[in-house]
Write a protein that binds this ligand. Structure first.
Ligand SMILES: Nc1ncnc2c1ncn2[C@@H]1O[C@H](COP(=O)(O)OP(=O)(O)O)[C@@H](O)[C@H]1O
Ligand SMILES: [Mg+2]
Length: 261
């Protein structure tokens, strides 16, 4: 069942990645990765632990510097642009949702503050407006209004992850990087979070690159799928095609091991 609506790809790519390579000494992080991401498109990246998914995502988001290759965002080369410009993009156009919400939240700051802080970073100054927008976003991620002054330490894992998503999306990014966003959560909590994410991605027309080892997540969220092994992309294509008719032996193994669970 295809749950994401089909996407017209007549636009120009939002992100163009060409020959991206990152080594850690003699060990391969990711090797010669190339793809285009179109506006409104969700790309899933799957592969076993150590296959290079996080390395690739970190290189794309500018957290790691690749050894080789090119990344262009909206036609601009993000690897050669000035650091100030790249920082500006990370505040305005990009968002990064970490697997562990603690890495993406400020645990000593209230829920409302976590969301409001991001608005202030892009220039919002009016306290009432910031609080209203923060409270609106808490509602969108299903956090009750009376929790706005609570710290994330008082929240469950699922709530923390939803707060991290609100903090990331409040500034209206165009491109969202997610590394195993449902990773550490109970299955029932995962399902609700996925549903919420799907709604937000569709309503906001976000472009998303989502790393996961869970094929159910990509089946629900991703238009297109990239399968990695040993740092290389071994297969990519439309999600349904790749999952229903995997061509590469490794993808066949991934798909069949899930079916046997
Ligand atoms: N900071 C690092 N130093 C050395 N090797 C690393 C580092 N981070 C990742 N690696 C290695 O790079 C490869 C890819 O890792 P990673 O990108 O974390 O994969 P994944 O996210 O798919 O689990 C693995 O062999 C891993 O051991
Ligand atoms: Mg990883």
């Amino acid at each position: 069942m295809t749950l994401m609506p089909p996407l017209s790809t007549t636009d120009t790519p939002l992100l163009q990645v060409d020959g991206l390579t990152k080594r850690y000494g003699s060990r391969i992080g990711c090797l010669d990765v190339s793809f285009d991401l179109f506006p409104g498109e969700v790309l899933g990246i799957v592969g076993e632990s150590g296959s290079g998914k996080s390395t690739l995502l970190s290189c794309l988001a500018g957290h790691l510097t690749p050894d080789l290759g090119r990344v262009a965002y909206d036609g601009r080369d993000t690897l050669t642009m000035a650091e100030t410009e790249r920082r500006r993009l990370s505040r305005t156009d990009w968002a990064y949702v970490h697997q562990n919400p603690r890495d993406g939240l400020r645990m000593g700051v209230s829920a409302g503050g976590n969301v409001g802080e991001r608005l202030m970073a892009v220039g919002a100054r009016h306290y009432g407006g910031i609080r209203d927008k923060a409270s609106d976003w808490l509602g969108r991620v299903e956090i009750a209004a009376d929790r706005i002054d609570d710290r994330p330490t008082a929240f469950s894992g699922g709530m923390q992850q939803r707060l991290q998503i609100a903090r990331n999306l409040v500034t209206g990014p165009r491109l969202v990087f997610m590394d195993e966003p449902t990773g550490g959560l109970d299955v029932s909590v995962q399902a609700r979070l996925l549903d919420l994410l799907r709604g937000l991605v569709r309503d906001l027309g976000l472009s998303v690159i989502i790393v996961t080892h869970d094929l159910a997540v990509v089946r629900l969220l991703a238009h297109r799928l990239m399968v990695m092994k040993g740092g290389r992309v071994v297969e990519q294509g439309l999600t349904d095609q790749v999952l229903d008719d995997p061509q590469h032996a490794y993808t066949q193994l991934l798909v069949s091991s899930v079916l046997q669970v």
